[in-house]
Design a protein around this ligand. Sequence first.
Ligand code: PEP
Ligand code: MN
Length: 344
Amino acid sequence: MLIILKENYTPDQLDKIKNMVEKHQCEPVVLKGKFSDTINVLGDDTKLDVNLFRQLEGVEEVIRISSPFRLASRKYKKEDTIIKVKNAVFGPNHFVIMGGPCAVESEHQTLTIARAVKKAGALVLRGGAYKARTSPYSFHGLAEEGLKILAHAREETGLPVITEALDQRSLDLVYKYTDIIQIGTRNMQNFALLRDVSKLDKPVMLKRGMSATIDEWLMAAEYILAGGNRNVLLCERGIRSFDAKYTRNVIDLGAIPVVKDLTHLPVVVDPSHGSGRKENVIPMSLASLAVGAHSILVDVHHDAEAALCDGQQALTPPDFEGLINKCEELGKAMKISIRGEKNR
Ligand code: PEP
Ligand code: MN
């Protein structure tokens, strides 16, 4: 149940409403809104009498949403959520291209790639300082040193940064350095971590679990929204199927219009991890734009053969520039800007 508060509710009225919720063994969480605040009622709210709450002073409206992801649902919020990070606008009529190395390997590597993606027209720099790897013997990232390199790249290029927080321990540091917090596919249902990022005031990009249903993905997003963080980006990064010989994962492009119908949150596609193969990245990026995604996250490396992580799926800087030009052409036909707020 959601209790929408009147614009001019008083602290006293709020206390009375919260006490009433607590009397029914539920937890009231106040969510601050641009125009009005809302109380999200957590717990088993099935026995709560909607009419009783409607009569309380300070209450504008009480709604029950049958969908299990109520705050993520379009039934709760009809308008698309727009998330702005510097010049990048994640929302309708924009297609944000994020690019950079899979992993931050060195100052030289990251700065070389950061300059190239900036020159090509990317609006956000990606790069992992904490890497979740399938093998314990693989490169696991430079940790804080990697974050410092990303911060240096941001300073030099002006590009905001997206990087992954792997666990609660790395989250504090990631928060300090990043502009967007990435939650990886393996952590989509790490509910403790989701609760932690829900308390932060930076946008979170939630990757779809590699075997997660759309409902599970949106429920995971709901954890972040329910804790009070409204700035959630959903990222489709490919799901497991029976034939991974050529394409690592199957990019579920059909999920994009479904998720856009079900929720108001912006949707990103990762064609690099989604396909595992550089030859697929440009066609799948264009398909993502065509199918309505708001953004893509692309691996780029200037020396992919020497990459410490996922070199086989990285575009070279010239190929990345070619990708941006192609997106621009397609974007023109669709009346979608890929150059961000400043250059529209
Ligand atoms: C990544 O983007 O660096 C990454 C590890 O992706 P995923 O969590 O989708 O595997
Ligand atoms: Mn990777």
